[in-house]
Design a protein around this ligand. Sequence first.
Ligand SMILES: [Zn+2]
Length: 488
Amino acid sequence: MSNNGIMGNQYPRLVIRNATVVSGRGTPAEGPMDLVIEGGVITDLVKVDPISLHRYPADWERPGGDRVIDATGMCVIPGLIEMHAHVPPNHEKCGPLGTDYAFKLWLAHGVTTLRTVGFGVEEMLYAQRELGAQSPELPIPRLFVMHGCLGANDLSPDEAREQVQRFRELGADGVKLIGAYADVLEAICDEARKLDMDGGVAVHLALNSEVDAVMAAEAGVRTLEHTYGIPEAALSGVQSFPLDYNESDELARFRESAYNWIEAEDYPERILDVLDVMIEKGVVWNPTMAVYESNRDLERGRNLTSNARFGAPALRKSWEPSPGLHASYHFNWRTADEIAWKEKYRIWMEYLGVFFDRGGTITVGSDAGFLYALFGFSMIRELELLQEAGIHPVDIIKMATTNASKSLGLTHLSEGIRKGYAADLAIVDGNPLDNFKVMYGTGMEGFMDDRVTKVQTGGVRWTIRDGVLFDAQALLKDVEDYVDELAE
Ligand SMILES: [Zn+2]
């Protein structure tokens, strides 16, 4: 893999023919349709089903273009918006071209926008954002940078305001922080609002944070990451930690984290009150279930075939249980821990469904790079987990696209697939509504009707970012070669 390597192609007029279209606005699949893309914008959507065709005048001509893609049997969805991205810097766990590697994995899974929430890599991200804007054919997703406010708890509210102002000057779209004192969180939210930052504030409430979801909602945060602070807000006091519990012990922390939802389940009315405050204040819930899944089934994470093929060797090594590394706490992981986490997921998913039913906004993010969650693949896994939570796939595609763009103020993407809006699209071999697994880069293995002949289908075939066409399968091949080289 050379840096960037596989480039996208821009055409004056790109036409996708005969596609089944899922708008991303929560409406069912329609089609077949032809999509016309010019100058990065969807300029026409033409129904080509027999009934519609019948209505066109006899001299009607089907749209043509400089490039025509036959999408018969394929589905077109809006480009996915990854709402919890940690972009790896080069020369770290993902090798010398780590950034390019991760970008390609995301693009290869139909992800066209990343909301980045990492710490300490913002300068690199601003540079990549600039590069992507100047050279749109480079395989760089749209970047929406939430500048990480590291060590927020060491700041006074006034110092926190100054930080937010500095982030704004550097080009931040929003602010991300982990936990915080209530007065600091309020100051950060207020300052981000005054500076009109489109992304507002994303907060990961630490397990012991004195600020819970209700306080965070009242302080004015835009998104709550993961699930911390939500069940805690339904408890009268602290969770019933063992008396020798120490928050700084990561193994103990993740072990106990299973019980926040289990304890809160005894207070269903209070959970509803918490969810209703979030809904009333317009807080978006970005659950990132995919990243914690190995807690409920460690062997699943360790044996994912996609990680064996596409995971950078040092990245995979960093996931292996080790007392000395962050987020590698699975040493001494017990049967009881997995059972508790399965129980936690059941309750967490139940209340995600309730939050959705009551009108709450959910988005899709993966937190990839940690705990066996690989870039791109774990976004698709998150779609599957939302379906496990009882949500309809049509609504899940909406969460992964227009819910996200609306919550970030990305108006050009806010209508999904609609004439006059940005051409950020994924062309999928198969129907993701019927089976999200068709979107995995590893595709689908199946058999013909004779039940003898093996067939390989699925995968995102093309990804279109801002009207630029990327060959998703070529990106994947490039990544696979790179991983093989690193392994040698
Ligand atoms: Zn994260």
